[in-house]
Design a protein around this ligand. Structure first.
Ligand code: ADP
Ligand code: MG
Length: 253
């Protein structure tokens, strides 16, 4: 008791008894919860679980796109920086050029045109899309479209990054590059990140904390803090502790 000289900062995101069903009456499907979850500022949290376990439902509620049937979700923001989301299905605009897609969030923030263009080009370059600024998304492959969506989300330097299997459509080599890039970026900017994946390996590479969800009944059944410090790169895959933790959690999935 008494005054804690180092009080923990209040969580950036807090879920309390978060529950969601779909449909009505006897046909109601229980999709999520109850889930209790605190995410600290700057923390990189991964949620891993099998298909259909409620991961996207949780993220959609966090993004304000879906209401919970019960419980609460609170996001504490103390700056005008937006929360950004990247979804499985990319959500980029087919009628805007690649450059305009990446600039979209910056335009909403009223970033001056020149600065917005410079930032958008910078992100396109990092994503290996510099030559496609003037192209329309229809001309791009699935992986390239996903990189446009990632560039668009990161360009606004969000306070909270919500990502739903953002690298699922990328080939293995590019996925590794993107994982390292995302780690570096979120660490450099202390971005609070909620990252959803069905890959245990990806969750362990990225997460300060890994939460495992079970298919039934859509709850968090395990929580681990991988013992890999920061700064961190994907090289931790080669560590024996990594393999051990992967084996342990694999049993739960
Ligand atoms: P995950 O992202 O882990 O694969 P989801 O959150 O998408 O899982 O889905 C959890 C469960 O809720 C699944 O059984 C899915 O079919 C169901 N579900 C998701 N969205 C809807 C919806 N809009 N209407 C009806 N059922 C849904
Ligand atoms: Mg999903």
């Amino acid at each position: 008791m008494g005054d804690d000289p180092h009080p923990a900062p209040p969580p950036k995101l807090r879920a309390t008894g978060l529950t969601r069903g779909f449909g009505r009456g006897r046909k109601q499907l229980h999709a999520l919860g109850p889930v209790d979850l605190d995410i600290a500022p700057g923390e990189f949290t991964c949620i891993v679980g099998p298909s259909g376990c409620g991961k996207s439902t949780l993220l959609r509620i966090a993004a304000g796109l879906l209401r919970p049937s019960a419980g609460r979700l609170e996001i504490r923001t103390d700056s005008p920086r937006p929360a950004a989301m990247i979804f499985q299905d990319y959500g980029i605009y087919d009628w805007k050029t690649v450059l305009a897609n990446v600039r979209f969030g910056l335009d909403i923030q009223r970033v001056p045109r020149k600065e917005a263009d410079a930032k958008a080009y910078d992100w396109l370059g990092r994503m290996g899309l510099a030559d496609f600024a003037g192209a329309y998304p229809a001309a791009l492959s699935g992986g390239m479209r996903q990189r446009v969506a990632i560039a668009r989300a990161l360009a606004v330097e969000p306070e909270i990054l919500l990502m739903d299997e953002p690298f699922a459509a990328l080939d293995a080599q590019l996925r590794t590059i993107m994982q390292d890039e995302l780690l570096e970026l979120t660490q450099a900017t202390s971005t609070t990140t909620l990252f959803i994946t069905h890959s245990l390996e990806e969750a362990l590479v990225l997460g300060d904390r890994v939460l495992v969800m079970s298919a039934r009944p859509g709850r968090i059944i395990a929580e681990r803090r991988p013992p890999f410090g920061r700064p961190r790169t994907g090289d931790i895959r080669d560590a024996p502790e990594f393999t051990a933790l992967k084996g342990e959690l694999w049993e739960l999935l």
